[in-house]
Design a protein around this ligand. Structure first.
Ligand code: NAI
Length: 384
């Protein structure tokens, strides 16, 4: 089957590589010729490195690259069995593009979007046959991150879900099916990793370096929240938070942080601008963490119970199965453990008590425990 990819930026290029490495002929279309050249050159470099490391042979590397057609013309999708869209995150533009693609692709061709935050139902609604639309959400970098969230819209047919899932499973990815709700699983459940870390800083409990130290050294996370936000870009991370917040009708649990907004406004975007919460200049000296184990434990517990509460609430609202919710966080964002598994290990009563005491202390809805957590504690149950 020929795979089409629309948009040759960060995500599109990664998806093209995955499909080509799995034996597909691939057509990559981008309006911008320079982007196409860049995408091609980047893949050549990646392939050369893989050959050097001995992970692919020179012949295979050449074969993989020869499977890809680079084009500026969407009509080149005319023989595709699936087209995966990875263009700018703008509902109006995506809708128009989907309607245009439907006119070009063969009958029955699945039209998938890699959107991270837009509603799949609204993208699907631009099609005459919306049953062929679906969300397939890869994680950056697509060739390396195993997770792909599969998001059927209310209009999506079972056949579209089954064939898309089978295709992407066949690429060796870990797929989880989730509901078409803001942030899907990962970008919803992960919000407190950033938001609660920022809140701890704002209350003056600890500085950026100490919070990061606690989350990595004690929590076992691969990257601390501030290092990760600097990596993602404060502008990008802030907008995702704001989008999720608005999409949930301003549920206070997802309230964005003014600290992050100010950093973004100041141009302290993170690595890409040379400065974010930390400084990235060559001679920069960043503050050292206060390595106080008790303080560190408190920081980890506070962020962790907030993350667990999100995971439990996602299960409560059937966003995904318990297995999917745990897989999503370990395979999409490298969490050391699934949050529901972690909750079982910590003890659900401990998690509930910690949330409840914050809820009472602050009087903010942000800290309200999920009804499912209360129910499970009442019934003495565990998740697994
Ligand atoms: P990007 O800005 O790197 O690439 C977008 C590309 O689309 C550009 O090359 C642009 O020339 C092209 N483009 C724009 N309009 C077009 C059109 N009408 N026809 C053809 N090409 C067009 O963006 P990125 O980061 O790759 O994101 C793409 C999509 O993937 C967005 O929906 C984003 O939310 C989503 N996403 C991004 C992730 C990330 O970490 N960057 C992770 C997962 C999803």
């Amino acid at each position: 089957m020929i795979v089409g990819v629309l948009g040759g930026g960060t995500m599109g290029s990664g998806i093209v590589q995955v499909a080509a490495q799995n034996g597909h002929q691939v057509v990559l279309v981008d309006l911008n010729e320079q982007i196409l050249n860049k995408s091609k050159a980047k893949l050549a470099k990646i392939m050369a490195r893989l050959v050097e490391k001995g992970s692919v042979t020179e012949e295979d590397a050449a074969r993989i690259q020869s499977r890809i057609t680079y084009s500026q013309d969407v009509h080149d999708f005319r023989e595709c069995g699936i087209v995966i869209e990875a263009i700018i995150e703008d509902l109006g533009i995506k809708g128009k593009v989907f309607a245009q693609l439907e006119q070009i692709v063969p009958k029955g061709c699945v039209l998938a979007s890699n959107t991270s935050s837009l509603s799949i139902a609204s993208i699907a609604a631009s099609l005459r046959d919306p049953s062929l639309a679906i969300g397939v959400h890869f994680f950056n970098p697509a060739p390396l991150m195993p997770l792909v969230e599969i998001i059927p819209a209310v209009q999506t047919s079972n056949a579209t879900v089954t064939s898309t899932k089978a295709l992407i499973d066949g690429w060796g990815k870990v797929t989880v099916t989730c509901k078409d709700t803001p942030g899907f699983i990962v970008n919803r459940v992960a919000r407190p990793f950033y938001g609660e870390a920022l809140r701890i800083y704002e209350e003056g409990i600890a500085d950026f370096a100490t919070i990061d130290w606690a989350m990595t050294s004690i929590g076992g996370f691969r990257m601390g929240p501030f290092t990760l936000m600097d990596y993602i870009g404060n502008d990008v991370n802030y907008v995702v938070t704001e989008t999720v917040f608005a999409a949930f009708y301003y549920d206070p649990r997802y309230k964005p942080s003014l600290t992050q907004k100010r950093h973004s406004e100041a141009g302290y975007l993170g690595r890409k601008s040379g400065r974010g919460y930390f400084c990235y200049a060559e001679d920069a000296v960043n503050p050292s963490p206060v390595e106080d184990v008790q303080l560190g434990q408190e920081i980890v517990e506070r962020i962790l119970v907030m993350l667990i509460n999100e995971a439990v609430d996602a299960l409560f609202l059937n966003i995904g199965s318990k297995e999917s919710i745990d897989l999503a966080m370990t395979k999409g964002v490298n969490y050391p453990k699934g949050l529901l598994t972690w909750a079982d290990e910590l003890g659900l009563e401990f998690v509930l008590n910690k949330l409840q005491s914050m809820f009472e202390e602050y009087g903010e809805d942000r800290y309200r425990p999920s009804p499912l957590l209360r129910r499970m504690v009442r019934d003495g149950k565990t998740f697994f």
